[in-house]
Write a protein that binds this ligand. Structure first.
Ligand code: GLY
Length: 369
């Protein structure tokens, strides 16, 4: 695959490019006088930090690196404060650049630090996970969790560049690929039903982390995301369809105490949303079954796994009522009105604010069964 470029506009003006490549050869930041701080986590640092620094060194005056412990539990203000302190110690000013090398946690946290350090410095996204490539690195949502409320503190902050070196995905753990596939499948259900056939036909190659197959689906997902974020960059309307699976998903993620990762919870949450859509007669039971088969084919859970449900420290958090309480305290539902993204049909989603507690309860029983 030669490198490919997707231009993303913001408020009608050219904002940044997404470059999809299999190496760093097409990387070009333009001005070589800048200092870069690559922010990454302990997992990513092990397998690609040194090579990335070596590949990018000719594009910057100098590169420093900041590594924090991997895990959603570290996506918080303490880690951001450590990063601020590191930047101050290293005399980082407004002309310097942050580079997020990693998955969604790294990208969200780095983008937020870039939005707030010195009232804003530039940042670039170098996503290394499938999930970050297809979702979190594009669209400018940045932030951290706060007292276990997911993404509660954040900012819209557009990157200057999103550079995807898809060869970095070759070393991803299988579980990470599956998690990314949840967000990939999401695009098919909310906006492109034909994409579902492509995903299904290429499942073997995708699970084997074939770079060509991964590159092709990443490209299609980025095109979908570009379309949505250009239309509604600050989530005042249509962008919320990207939260398909996230209403119940975030509630489960919080309840499971980080034992399930984001993509797994989105898959469980998509099952809940599919169930409500089916019960309302928008999609057929065979539509929903097909969706579950596709998720299972990528080793995604569609119900909360037994070992999580039976963990003594989690059982009180994984009840209908506790999950509904989580939904009510989610940042998307601060007005007390739980919003679900439902399907009008496979390939078309809408945001629904009138899902009753009875409908939610039945769907939760399905995912907790
Ligand atoms: N991850 C959903 C969004 O970017 O809006």
């Amino acid at each position: 695959m030669d490198s490919q470029i997707i231009h993303v506009n913001n408020d009608g003006k050219a904002a940044y490019d997404i470059i999809l490549s299999r190496d760093f050869a097409a990387f070009d930041y333009g001005n070589k006088d800048k200092r870069l701080c690559i922010v990454t986590d302990s997992n990513v640092a092990k397998y690609c930090l040194n090579d990335t620094v070596a590949s990018l060194s000719r594009h910057f005056k100098d590169i420093i690196t900041f590594t924090f412990d991997a895990g959603e539990e570290n996506k918080n203000l303490e880690t951001v404060q450590d990063l601020y302190a590191f930047l101050i110690e290293n005399h980082f000013d407004r002309k310097c650049v942050l580079g997020a090398l990693g998955g969604g946690v790294v990208g969200d946290l780095t983008g937020f630090a870039a939005a707030t350090y010195l009232r804003g410095i530039p940042f670039i996204q170098i996503p290394t996970s499938l999930l970050a490539c297809v979702d979190s690195s594009v669209g400018g949502k940045t932030g951290v969790d706060f007292r276990r409320y997911k993404n509660m503190v954040g900012a819209f902050n557009m990157p200057e560049l999103v550079y995807m070196n898809t060869s970095l995905m070759a070393t991803l753990p299988d579980r990470e690929v599956s998690c990314g596939m949840a967000e990939v499948i999401k695009y098919g259900y909310i906006m492109d039903r034909d994409f579902l056939d492509i995903i299904s036909q290429n499942s073997g190659a995708l699970l084997a982390k074939d770079p060509e197959a991964l590159g092709a689906i990443v490209k299609r997902c980025c095109e979908c995301k570009k379309e949505v974020v250009e239309e509604d960059p600050y989530e005042k309307g249509r962008r919320a369809i990207l939260n398909f699976g996230h209403t119940a998903g975030h509630a489960v993620e919080k309840a499971a105490g980080f034992k399930l990762n984001h993509g797994e919870c989105v898959a469980i949450g998509m099952n809940a949303a599919l169930y409500i859509s089916e019960n309302r007669g928008y999609i057929s039971s065979s539509d929903r079954e097909k969706a579950l088969e596709l998720m299972i084919c990528f080793n995604l859970p569609v119900t909360v796994p037994k070992e999580i449900k039976s963990a003594p420290e989690l059982s009180s958090a994984l009840t209908n009522q506790a999950l509904i309480d989580n939904m009510r305290s989610d940042k998307k539902t601060l007005d007390g009105n739980i919003r679900f993204v439902l399907l009008k049909e496979t390939g078309e989603a809408f945001v629904c604010g009138d899902v009753s507690e009875d409908e939610i309860n039945i769907a939760l029983e399905v995912v907790l069964s």
